[in-house]
Design a binder for this molecule. Structure first.
Ligand SMILES: [Zn+2]
Length: 166
């Protein structure tokens, strides 16, 4: 899973960084439905590929796993769903970056003692990978910390872990 929006850009072919920036803007400033519509219009004439999403779809079909945002399909993922999952994943990655930045800044300016982060699973039964990850606190606030989102369309949230006594 890409750890940052920039990593996500690298993982999608035929969508350049400026286009991803526009999608970040939609994701962060519009409601999800409106962001999805605007993204759908922006991407309508573009042939873009997101290999990671296809890998997840294949895995989900083989393991009978369904996701909140898309129904895995042996035919491949429909365009509308691809856009929806992309917008959602950009939003989740953007909020992850914002959280990590905010906690790091709070540590340096307010000395609040945040020493790590833990994933909160969105919904029991959502995804085996997320359930497994939820039990593994990460004592790391770097952009490469292995914290949610764990896969395209992941809805898991994050909470900081505080140093004892802070
Ligand atoms: Zn998740």
């Amino acid at each position: 899973m890409p750890g940052t929006v920039a990593d996500l850009t690298a993982g999608i072919t035929d969508l350049d960084a400026p286009t991803i920036s526009i999608l970040v803007g939609f994701s962060m400033s519009e409601g999800p439905r409106k962001a999805e519509r605007r993204a759908g219009s922006l991407l309508a004439d573009r042939a873009w590929q997101w290999p990671l999403l296809d890998i997840w779809n294949t895995w989900a079909v083989a393991n009978n796993v369904t996701f909140y945002l898309w129904t895995p399909s042996t035919e491949g993922i429909a365009t509308r769903q691809r856009v929806l999952v992309l917008v959602h994943t950009i939003f989740m990655l953007s909020t992850r970056e914002r959280d990590l930045d905010g906690w790091t800044q709070a540590n340096s300016s307010l000395n609040v003692g945040i020493i790590g982060v833990r994933s909160l699973v969105a919904k029991q039964g959502d995804c085996a990978l997320c359930l497994e990850r939820a039990d593994q606190p990460r004592y790391d606030l770097s952009p490469t910390a292995a914290i949610a989102p764990h896969h395209p369309g992941c809805r898991c949230a994050r909470v900081p872990i505080f140093e004892r006594g802070k």
